[in-house]
Design a protein around this ligand. Structure first.
Ligand SMILES: [Fe+2]
Ligand SMILES: [Fe+2]
Length: 230
């Protein structure tokens, strides 16, 4: 842990937040399990340090941002996990001794982390959490998560021949490539902080290279790459 992070959040508090977060996120598992939360936490802290954000707000917000996720899955999308998570976080934060003002600041980050509808990220910490969460859906890690998710729903490894606009999400045709075309390829334009934008651009470029290579390996000639060398 970095020095100013130590001052912002005590190791005991961090351990308590991690334990609560893991309890909720383990149930969700797969591409949204505790590993995702930990990466978002690390990304958020790194960006937060660079932009001079309040790490004492950002740390609990990042660790608790997806605690409503399993309830959203159970409701088959009927409830928004960001709204629900913010509501769930309030009594947790109160019990951990956060002031009413800090509870509100942390809950705002959680509620706005998807940036859907009216819940626009208004504070610097909320914009950082939004970027940190989105960054975990792109680049090498985004590709890995997309294939993991496709595996979870029994999709094919690759199928570039279907029309990605009409293919159903959460169906057997919902491949990682479709996810890239529909969502991941747009994320770099959605970033809300300068640091997030820079990291997203690099991750985007890597995904372009990866999927171009995948298409070449599957739809091109096996000798094509060799041919270009000779
Ligand atoms: Fe989320
Ligand atoms: Fe998330």
């Amino acid at each position: 842990m970095k020095k100013n992070e130590e001052a912002a959040v005590s190791p005991e508090l961090l351990a308590a937040l991690r334990q609560i977060s893991t309890q909720h996120c383990l149930e969700e598992g797969g591409s949204h399990g505790p590993d995702h939360t930990e990466r978002v936490f690390q990304n958020a802290m790194a960006i937060g340090r660079k932009l001079g954000a309040r790490l004492d707000i950002l740390a609990p917000a990042a660790l608790l941002h997806d605690i409503g996720r399993s309830e959203e899955s159970r409701s088959k999308g009927g409830v928004c996990h960001a709204d629900l998570g913010a509501g769930m976080a309030e009594p947790i934060l109160r019990a951990l001794g956060y002031s009413a003002e800090d509870q509100a600041a942390i809950c705002h980050c959680i509620r706005a982390h998807r940036f859907r509808g009216s819940s626009e990220p208004e504070s610097l910490e909320a914009r950082i959490l939004f970027d940190a969460d989105k960054l975990d859906s792109i680049g090498a890690i985004g590709i890995g998560r997309a294939f993991l998710f496709a595996g979870q729903i029994g999709a094919r490894l690759h199928n570039a021949e279907v029309d990605h606009e009409t293919t159903q999400a959460y169906s057997g045709e919902d491949t990682a490539y479709r996810e890239f075309q529909v969502k991941m390829s747009k994320v770099h334009r959605e970033m809300l902080t300068s640091v997030g934008r820079k990291i997203a651009r690099r991750r985007h470029d890597f995904m372009e290279i990866f999927f171009a290579e995948l298409n070449l390996e599957i739809y091109g000639s096996v000798l094509q790459a060799e041919d270009t060398q000779s």
